[in-house]
Design a protein around this ligand. Structure first.
Ligand code: NAD
Length: 272
């Protein structure tokens, strides 16, 4: 991995590539995955209250004796914990599970009606108190971001959304770039659904790379942050080995052409 750092609007820096831990719930598998990721140079780990594995992540970091200062930890407040008090209390519980005094990035996992104003006020307070370095959101549409802007003192510095060649999100990406909001892609590999795409397979063969590597490289060149997930050490290493080749403008355009606006998950509902 090359620890490319992106500078966020609040001045903090975030590794462009990290490791997502969604659905890794087996204790041993969890420890092995974090160990493989750490050894391959991953420094950003992305969890969430909803994943119910913050405790495992805290234990893995402790067992591997990883110095906290070398890590970038993200967690997300679940839908059930939105609202001012619930947010504050749940983040304190997350920190205990993660065995740390602060996270680097705190995200609202999912937009949820008018409560996100209260959640966001709690985020601004948690940042002031040093319990998180940066604050952001996840699964927000342009409308949600504009709505949040009507009451926020500080705007989110990151929006973590589904992006892959099958769900390329160009209009939202452009909007976020214009508003200094870093896009972090979840399911950057389209959860594996793009691996058999004929256009992608042909391009990957020409580049002597795997489809996964070509997809991740496309994200990097689009200035998108990525958090691919795998529990296999060989794939964790493969996903990190994307800094010694590049895609031409023409190849980037070919990849843009496979977009289907196809989500792997539900569409974020609009507020009101
Ligand atoms: P992903 O796109 O990272 O794909 C993961 C799948 O691809 C796994 O099944 C894995 O086995 C396979 N894979 C990974 N590397 C591979 C390789 N080199 N070759 C072949 N197969 C490979 O999907 P994801 O896990 O859904 O997303 C990544 C992370 O994003 C999650 O772990 C989580 O941290 C985050 N996430 C966030 C949200 C949100 O709402 N904010 C939603 C989903 C995921």
């Amino acid at each position: 991995i090359s620890n490319n750092l992106l500078t966020l609007a609040d001045g903090n820096q975030m590794p462009q590539q990290g490791f997502g831990v969604y659905k890794i719930t087996d204790h041993t598998e969890f420890l092995q995955s974090i160990k493989a990721a750490w050894e391959n140079g991953y420094r950003l780990f992305d969890t969430a209250q909803m994943y119910e594995n913050e405790q495992f992540l805290g234990e893995a970091i402790h067992n591997l004796a990883i110095p906290r200062a070398e890590l970038f930890l993200t967690t997300k407040v679940s839908e059930a914990n939105q609202g001012y008090d619930a947010t504050i209390n749940s983040v304190k519980a997350s920190l205990r599970k993660l065995q740390t005094d602060y996270v680097d990035l705190l995200l609202i996992h999912w937009p949820i009606n008018t409560e996100f104003f209260d959640t966001w006020r709690a985020f601004e307070e948690l940042k002031k108190e040093g319990l998180t370095k940066s604050i952001g959101v996840s699964n927000y549409s342009m409308v949600h971001l504009q709505y949040l802007a009507t009451q926020a003192h500080e705007m989110p510095v990151v929006n973590q959304i589904e992006v892959s060649p099958y769900m390329s999100q160009k209009p939202l990406l452009k909007f976020q770039q214009d508003h200094q909001i870093v896009t972090q892609a979840w399911s950057p590999l389209g959860r594996g659904k793009i691996f058999n795409d004929p256009t992608m397979m042909q391009l990957a063969a020409q580049k002597h790379r795997s489809v996964a590597q070509v997809i991740l490289r496309w994200h990097l060149q689009n200035k998108i942050a990525i958090i691919p997930k795998s529990v296999h050490a060989n794939r964790i290493a493969e996903n990190a080995a994307i800094y010694d080749f590049s895609l031409t403008e023409h190849e980037m355009k070919i990849m843009d052409s496979v977009n289907k606006n196809h989500r792997v998950s539900k569409e974020p509902e609009l507020v009101y």
